[in-house]
Design a protein around this ligand. Structure first.
Ligand code: 13P
Length: 249
């Protein structure tokens, strides 16, 4: 059985004060949560999150990394730095990084490898734009994004990785994929992994992301191939985030 995972992607939001309140709110509601829970704050708030969550089961992740270890890379943060700060996870290849910061499939594959090399579990994001969905190329796009990693690092790399299917048209728009639409792509992803290694496919957690809220989470997560969520907007309110965690429990 795959344990469900709910990860909050805070994106570029928060300061020390409101993040402290949010983290305290999450901690206060964790008693009944059986899903694994993680928060991915902006890098500068990672130490605060690690400190606040110490002794709890809530994990911390980064939102991005540079694949170099150290050196003259102004403004960047490496895998060893995230690990040293107390992160367990790191989001790789989020569509906002692909769209605004030039994260190509090739770069995403290098970041994925760097994450694992330094003891972080990558949450690899894949997903199509509205234009791609309407053009009927959803599966081709997702396949290309997965192949970029599979061709470099093989199916073995997915023994210790999470995949998040995030249709770009559903991110921050309030438009959620229907459970059927999401399940269809999740199944496509799992089948693709299974064609290479059935056991790895069976063990790999596939999250849905894109306007997931407490009121639509249960239906999405109850789909056979949806193992949790990667949550943007709703992860910034403890009550909403906990509602999704409860739905995943
Ligand atoms: P929203 O939940 O705000 O749509 O964002 C989803 C997302 O991008 C998580 O990584």
């Amino acid at each position: 059985m795959r344990q469900s995972l709910v990860a909050g992607n805070w994106k570029m939001n928060g300061n020390r004060e409101d993040s402290s309140t949010l983290l305290e709110g999450i901690l206060a509601g964790m008693a009944d949560i059986k899903a694994e829970v993680a928060v991915c704050p902006p890098a500068i708030l990672v130490p605060l999150a690690v400190e606040k969550l110490a002794g709890s089961s809530v994990k911390v992740g980064g939102q991005n990394l540079d694949y170099h270890v150290s050196g003259a890379y102004t403004g960047e943060i490496s895998g060893p730095m995230l690990k040293d700060a107390g992160c367990d996870y790191v989001i790789i290849g989020h569509s906002e990084r692909r769209e605004y910061y030039g994260d190509t499939d090739e770069l995403v594959a290098r970041k994925f490898e760097a994450a694992q090399e330094h003891g972080l579990v990558p949450i690899l994001c894949v997903g199509e734009s509205l234009e791609e969905r309407e053009g009927g190329t959803t599966e081709a796009v997702v396949e290309r994004q997965l192949d970029a990693v599979l061709e470099q690092h093989g199916i073995e790399a997915f023994k210790n990785a999470v995949i998040a299917y995030e249709p770009v048209w559903a991110i921050g728009t309030g438009k959620t994929a229907t459970p059927e639409q999401a399940q269809e792509v999740h199944k496509f992803i799992r089948d693709k992994l299974a064609a290479l290694d059935a056991a790895v496919a069976e063990g790999c957690r596939l999250l849905y992301g894109g306007s997931m809220k407490p009121d639509n989470a249960a239906e999405l997560i109850s789909q056979p191939d949806i193992d949790g969520g990667l949550i943007g907007g709703a992860s910034l309110k403890a009550e909403d985030f906990l509602g999704i965690c409860a739905a995943a429990s």
